[in-house]
Design a binder for this molecule. Structure first.
Ligand code: CTP
Ligand code: CA
Length: 226
């Protein structure tokens, strides 16, 4: 019965989810990336789909198979991801930014393979666009959810991010805790809004975290406080 009600919770809603890390090229055979597996984002996409939403998954570099039956586009760099997200933005109701977007990219992308030289190599990096912050600035009807992986001061950093990026919810996890963070099938998260802590969830599967999160979002979108 509860499952049946759940199935309709996001009916008629368009949900866009980003997942995985980004790939920032140095030259044709080398790049900078991170350890993101994409599991959390895929869990959110599947949960949204199960709750009746129309889902678009924007996948960066992921280490698991893409989910079947979910409309997915694959991207590489932060810039590609930004453009893909902007393409969905106007008709998105809930945006979930789980991706581990690179903060920096090589300032020069070499067109041909860089050759080894006698000297040490210094790579110059420049900042990438902050996708979530940019969405926060252009938010209209959209419900915006950010994620944050921290190793310390979770509360303080999460509150800073939720405000600075104008998120409706921010999901924070301490990746030094057992069962949380990159590559695991479980997660232990705290959910914040601009007013402070909303939920402190126990350790649970990423699928279950996704359902809990989307239930809160659906409740708020439908004008029911959760
Ligand atoms: N994010 C983004 N674009 C970036 C960097 C981050 O959209 N260039 C998003 C992430 O997808 C995530 C949220 O911002 O939803 C928080 O990411 P995080 O790396 O924790 O925050 P930063 O602002 O990059 O701060 P720092 O890495 O210094 O903790
Ligand atoms: Ca970052």
């Amino acid at each position: 019965q509860q499952r049946e009600a759940m199935r309709q919770l996001l009916a008629g809603r368009k949900v866009t989810v980003t997942a995985g890390g980004t790939i920032e090229r140095i030259d044709p055979v080398r790049y900078i990336t991170n350890d993101s597996s994409g599991k959390m984002g895929i869990a959110v996409a599947r949960a949204a789909h199960a709750m009746g939403a129309e889902v678009r998954l924007i996948a960066g570099s992921i280490q698991v198979p893409l989910p079947e039956g979910i409309d997915t586009v694959q991207v590489q760099s932060a810039q590609d991801m930004y453009e893909a997200v902007l393409g969905e933005w106007n008709h998105t109701d809930i945006m979930v930014q789980t991706a581990a977007v690179a903060d920096y990219r090589p300032k020069t992308v070499h067109a041909t393979k860089m050759k080894k030289k006698d000297d040490d190599l210094v790579l110059e990096l420049e900042k990438t666009v902050d996708i979530l912050e940019s969405l926060g600035q252009r938010k209209q009807h959209q419900f915006l959810i950010g994620f944050a992986a921290e190793t310390n001061n979770v509360d303080e950093y999460a509150m800073d991010k939720v405000k600075r990026k104008n998120c409706d919810l921010l999901v924070a996890n301490d990746v030094t805790k057992a069962g949380a963070g990159f590559g695991t099938d479980t997660n232990k998260v705290q959910i914040y809004d601009a007013g402070g802590l909303v939920e402190d969830l126990p350790l649970m599967s990423k699928d279950e975290v996704a359902f809990q999160l989307l239930q809160i979002a659906a409740g708020r979108l439908n004008g029911v406080s959760a």
